[in-house]
Ligand binder design. Structure first.
Ligand code: FAD
Length: 291
């Protein structure tokens, strides 16, 4: 099912993100974890591409398994930044052949090596270049893009970031998923600004449950997200007690989701990080709301 159809529903729902295994040996355990998450019957599941060290060649295998065996709509991520046209076109064909209807078109992060290389030689410089190629391939995908309530770290300012975001949407994105954030007011402020700029596609807020103290630093480094004092206090107090931190992180994320639902959002994307227990707990915390 295309997410553009699914997102028309006014029923509250959760979707979950998983990532592919980092090694061949980890394949079975990752597959099992993603299957356990699929059994929760989320509105859809997204499978990252190379992010978090996951091996990109497994993105499709995991997405296909979830779709075919659990009938959960899937969203396959695809990045383009260090790729040739040929590789990207092969990937687009493979997604099409796997019967996956939803593609998250991303540029991908710049490694220190890429930062230094000559960008004029790159086949793809921005996600919009990938979106153009997906469209040109003739494949009938529902395309998603990434957006940043706290501004993409490379952007000079929010105005510029939103200008490029609008171009990305106009090129063919049917929805946008946000970077993680820990203060919902930042999301509401962002929504106001992007609606004002003429972006009307559905926005799926991304919420990351922080379930261990060590995860905090990495999450902040990757996302550049602002840590509200309320969250910092929680990490200070429980960060070194694994069970307590896990419980507090799940409750914090649940609280964020309830507030989002109460303020007009219907689907929240949970960065569930291949953790079925965390996904299940958040879902059960919201059982009466999700219905
Ligand atoms: P772009 O849309 O290209 O934007 C990158 C920067 O370039 C921004 O500052 C933007 O304002 C600017 N820009 C955009 N278009 C133009 C233009 N035409 N001219 C000049 N400047 C422009 N990474 C992975 O490796 N794998 C994943 O699976 C993955 N999934 C993600 C999912 C979500 C929801 C999010 C938010 C991020 C994800 N990422 C993933 C990380 C993502 O690849 C990085 O954040 C990356 O730095 C930017 O990707 P983008 O698609 O937003 O890039």
């Amino acid at each position: 099912m295309k997410l553009s159809e699914l997102l028309k529903s006014d029923k509250f729902s959760l979707s979950f993100e998983v990532f592919p295994p980092k090694t061949d040996m980890a394949f079975d355990s990752v597959k099992h974890a993603t299957e356990e998450i699929a059994k929760l019957r989320p509105s859809f599941m997204s499978v990252t591409y190379g992010a978090g060290g996951g091996t990109s060649r497994y993105t499709l295998e995991i997405a296909k398994n979830i779709k075919e065996h659990y009938s959960v709509p899937t969203l396959a991520h695809l990045t383009c930044v260090s790729s040739t046209k040929e590789t990207v076109h092969e990937k687009i064909e493979a997604i099409k052949e796997a019967g996956i209807q939803n593609v998250m078109a991303l540029r991908g992060d710049l490694t220190p090596e890429l930062e230094k290389s000559d960008r004029s030689k790159w086949a793809y410089r921005h996600a919009i270049d990938l979106i153009h190629d997906i469209k040109a391939s003739g494949a009938d995908f529902c395309i998603g893009g990434a957006c940043y309530p706290e501004i993409h770290p490379e952007s000079a300012n929010q105005k510029e970031d939103i200008k490029y975001l609008k171009e990305k949407v106009d090129a063919g994105c049917s929805f946008l998923t946000t970077q993680m954030f820990f203060d919902n007011n930042l999301l509401y402020n962002f929504l106001y600004k992007i609606r004002e700029s003429g972006i009307t596609v559905p926005i799926i807020p991304g919420v990351m449950p922080i379930t261990n103290g060590n995860q905090v630093e990495r999450a902040i480094k990757l996302s550049g997200s602002f840590m509200p004092q309320r969250f910092k206090s929680l990490v200070d107090k429980f960060g070194t007690s694994p069970d307590a931190m896990k419980q507090a992180g799940i409750i914090y994320a649940t609280d964020q989701i309830i507030d989002l639902f109460a303020n007009g959002i219907t689907n929240v994307h949970v960065y569930s990080m291949n953790k079925p227990d965390v996904a299940a707990k958040i879902q059960s915390n919201l059982s009466d709301i999700l219905g």
